[in-house]
Structures are given as structure tokens and as C-alpha cells.
Ligand binder design. Structure first.
Ligand SMILES: [Zn+2]
Length: 493
């Protein structure tokens, strides 16, 4: 009987309907599977210690999974040939956006100090999976370029032991050199450069970083420049840099955003750090350290000590992440303060490598290959001095950095030959003095110095600065970073 049933058009219709339902169900199943896969991606990184191979595998995976907002490259190799991988995160990441500031995070310079290494992997995960979902993270990625190097000492890491809280096993690189004593020193002191150190130096030359932090263990405190005193390299005493106000602010921003660092976590009875911060030399002098090298090369870097135990067991890692998460994010936000702009010639072409100083602050910084400059400053009135080869020295009018703003000032430099022509012309004329001065000064003028003329990118930045609420911070009372700032921000993380 069954064989005698002849399919009718109705059967065909039903059958089509069934196929359509089946297809819909399949699509739904696929959607559910994709959602679950997405959840698995987000939960992919476990709270464990990741070997060098696992670390690289994870970074490559993130890069493949998020190709539009991440870029992966190696800045060099360790002595044993491990690639030193940096993941760059921004949106978009593959093209240069004028005046978008670059920040770097470096972990594990001492191979046995591992908490930073793992936290940076978790930070990567947090940033990429929250882009487009979390307002703060989305704004950070759309206004900032973040470079993360989880380990600069993979060779040392391989010799370090889980649970070893205090020894120096694994601290040094494969040639037994302390990488955080291997940077060229302002005093002229210089050990033979190691491949890892050379890689960082080259990296800093290839990109213009504004802000930086490196992560250590063995204490819980933020340390800031200088790490030594000129003329008395071994003396333990506060060595104040010309940007001490800014460094104190940066250090406090981290310690006060941290769960308990600001309460002075004492790993050893003799060590007490008021507010969880210390000047480097006031703690102990360091020669050839990375943070002073950064500062002398235009980058404001702090050193963050994350844990009393240098290599804690994996079960403590979630706790470290929770304690540091907000601080790691807040630090990315504070890059948008102070002054920034472009250095150009008379035809508005960028001038790279111009040397800039803020007032009498004698540590200078340089313009990028695109002619951009940035300098973190607290609210106050400043002047900017610019020197560039072949151009007349420039000094700005006083400008005011206000709270909740980043001041933009583009500068047009005058070529020496143009200035000399103007001078000659003026002396040939019947009038002297004022006219000459006016011509020269007029040519070497500030092009843009108003926040109202800023392009949209900068306007976004201004809004971000408001979210950081640096309003309450002035040069005089920078210690009064309000809790409300971080509490407000924290609620968005
Ligand atoms: Zn260290």
C-alpha cells in the first residue's frame, strides 16, 4: 500500500516546508554553536601559568580571532631564540591615525617575576572581547594604541620555579645579565647590550611612545624616576625629576586604582610605602634601569611591583587580576592629558625628530616621524620650546592646560634661511627693530592653539579626559586624586 502512494503537489509543498524548517533549525543550531564558541573564546585563557609556547600560541590566536583590532609582531629574539612578541591593540589598528597616542606595557623583564606576564595576557583578553560591548574599552581602543609585550625575558622564565617567592633563579637572561640594569645610562655606564635590551631600544626608536609601564614582583608598589642621583649614584635618597609632579600623579593613579596597593602593602617589615608609591632612588638606586632610559628618551615610564611572591602558584592569579584590572585600565586612560600637536615646516610638512621641552623641564622629548608630539602635564600654565635641525628655535606663548582637557598646539617652524632672508630684507629697509622682530616671529607662529578647532579625533579625546575626571587635580594638589574618579570609572569596567 505504501508503495502505491504517489507524491502529490501538497506532499511536495509539505516537504519544502519541512526542509525550510530544518534549515531554520540548522541555522539556529549554528547560531547557538557560534555563541557558545564565542563564550569559549572569551573563557579561553585560563588562570594558569602559560609556558612560552602557550603564550605565543595565545597571542597568535587572539590576532587571528580579532584581525581588525590587533596586530602581532616580534621586536627581536631572546638569547635562546624565543621571539619577543608584541600585540598591538587599537581600532583601526592597520593604519596610522594622526595624534593617536601610543602606550606600552612590558612584563616579565625579570624572568622569575611572573604575575605581570599573566596579567597582561588577561588584559589582552579583556580588551579584545570587550571592544564594542563596553563603552570605556571601546573608547580606549578608538583613541589609543596599546602595545603589549607580556615577556621580555622568556629565557629566564624557563628556569624560574612555580612557588619560588624570593630567590633570583630565573631573574637574569640566558647570559646571566639583569636586563633591568642593561640599558644605556645617562652617567655613561653601559654593560654590553643584550639582545633583549637591544630589541626594546630598537622598538622605542621605531615607534613614538608617550606612556609606559613595566611589571615586576617582590613588592607591591609603584616606582617612578629617577632611579639614581646624578653625581652620587649609590646614595639612597629621593632623586626628583623635572616631571616629578606628573610621575607622582601617574604612580598614584595606579596605586589608588589598585585594590589595596595604596594602603601600603608591606612584603617586608622594613618596607613601607606611603600611598603605595616611591621614587626609585629613594627605595634603592638602580643603574642601567629601563624606566630612566625611557624617560630620557621621551617616554614616561613607571615600574609596577605587583606581588610579594615573585612566582606565586596559579590559584592566586585570579585574585591578582581582580586587584589590578581597574588600575591597568585607568592607566591607559590617563595618556589623554597635557599638550599635543604637530610640528610642521612652512609648507605644513611634518618635522620629525624635533626636540621639545616644556619650560625649564630639562628632560626633552621628540616629535614622531609624522611630526606629532605629546607631553603629559597636570593643569597649569606652560610654555613649549622646540628645536629642529635647519629651523629657527621656537618658543611658544604661555598656554594653559586645564582639567578635563588636552591642549592642542600645532607649531609651524621657520627655516633658518627664510629667517635670515627676512632679517636681511628688514635691515635693507628704512625701518628697523620692531618690524624685523615681527616678521621673524610672525613666520614662526603657532598654527592651532585652540581646542575648538580640533578634529573629531581630538574631540573624542577630550570627552575621554572628562571621564578620567582629572578636574580635581592641579599642579599643587595632584595628591588629591578623588576616589569618585575611579569608582565612577570602575562601574563601567
Ligand atoms: Zn624585578
Amino acid at each position: 500500500m505504501r508503495s502505491s502512494v504517489v507524491p502529490t503537489p501538497t506532499h511536495c509543498l509539505l516537504s519544502l516546508h519541512s526542509w525550510s524548517s530544518l534549515l531554520t533549525n540548522l541555522l539556529l543550531l549554528l547560531l547557538v554553536a557560534m555563541t557558545r564558541m564565542q563564550s569559549r573564546v572569551e573563557a579561553e585563557l585560563d588562570f594558569g601559568h602559560h609556558s612560552n609556547i602557550e603564550l605565543r600560541k595565545y597571542m597568535r590566536y587572539v590576532n587571528l580571532r580579532f584581525p581588525n583590532i590587533t596586530k602581532l609582531h616580534s621586536i627581536g629574539e631572546s638569547v635562546e631564540g624565543h621571539p619577543l612578541l608584541v600585540l598591538t591593540i587599537s581600532s583601526p589598528v592597520h593604519r596610522h591615525i594622526t595624534l593617536r597616542p601610543h602606550i606600552k606595557y612590558i612584563g616579565n623583564i625579570h624572568g622569575n617575576e611572573v604575575v605581570g606576564r599573566e596579567l597582561l595576557l588577561h588584559l589582552i583578553e579583556y580588551l579584545v572581547t570587550n571592544y564594542g560591548r563596553n563603552r570605556t574599552i571601546t573608547r580606549i581602543l578608538e583613541t589609543t594604541v596599546i602595545h603589549i609585550l607580556p615577556t621580555i625575558n622568556p629565557d629566564g622564565y624557563e628556569r624560574a620555579k612555580v612557588g619560588d617567592c624570593t630567590s633570583a633563579t630565573g631573574r637574569y637572561n640566558r647570559r646571566n645579565v639583569d636586563l633591568n640594569r642593561n640599558f644605556p645610562d645617562i652617567s655613561g655606564y653601559q654593560e654590553k647590550l643584550q639582545p633583549e635590551t637591544r630589541a626594546v631600544i630598537k622598538w622605542m626608536q621605531s615607534d613614538t611612545f608617550v606612556l609606559s609601564a613595566s611589571f615586576h614582583g617582590g613588592a607591591v608598589v609603584v616606582n617612578y624616576p629617577f632611579d639614581q642621583r646624578q653625581g652620587d649614584l649609590t646614595r639612597i635618597a629621593y632623586s626628583k625629576s623635572p616631571d616629578d609632579d606628573v610621575f607622582v600623579f601617574l604612580a598614584l593613579n595606579y596605586s589608588r586604582s589598585h585594590f589595596n596597593m595604596h594602603h601600603s602593602v608591606n612584603c617586608f617589615p622594613q618596607e613601607r610605602f606611603k600611598d603605595g608609591i616611591t621614587n626609585g632612588a629613594a627605595w634603592y638606586p638602580v643603574r642601567g634601569g629601563m624606566q630612566d632610559y625611557n624617560y630620557y628618551h621621551g617616554v614616561m615610564e613607571i615600574t609596577v611591583e605587583l606581588s610579594c611572591c615573585k612566582f606565586p602558584t596559579a590559584r592566586d592569579l585570579p585574585d591578582y587580576w581582580q586587584k589590578n584590572k581597574k588600575a591597568l585600565i585607568n592607566f591607559l586612560l590617563i595618556v589623554h592629558m597635557g599638550v599635543k600637536g604637530l610640528i610642521m615646516d612652512e609648507r605644513r610638512r611634518p618635522i620629525a625628530n624635533a626636540r621639545l621641552n616644556v619650560g625649564e623641564r630639562y628632560v626633552s622629548f621628540r616629535s614622531s616621524k609624522y611630526g606629532e608630539y605629546w607631553r603629559l602635564l597636570l593643569p597649569g600654565t606652560y610654555i613649549l620650546k622646540v628645536k629642529a635641525t635647519g629651523f629657527v628655535d621656537y618658543m611658544s606663548q604661555p598656554f594653559r592646560v586645564r582639567s578635563r582637557e588636552i591642549y592642542r598646539m600645532d607649531i609651524m617652524m621657520t627655516r633658518e634661511e627664510s629667517a635670515s632672508r627676512a632679517l636681511n630684507g628688514a635691515f635693507r629697509g628704512s625701518n628697523q627693530g620692531e618690524a624685523t622682530g615681527h616678521d621673524v616671529a610672525g613666520a614662526s607662529s603657532t598654527v592651532t592653539s585652540s581646542t575648538e578647532k580640533l578634529p573629531s579625533q581630538t574631540q573624542v579625546t577630550l570627552k575621554m579626559s572628562e571621564r578620567v575626571s582629572i578636574a580635581q587635580i592641579t599642579t599643587a594638589n595632584c595628591l588629591l586624586v578623588t576616589w569618585a574618579t575611579f569608582l565612577t570609572l570602575g562601574s563601567h569596567l
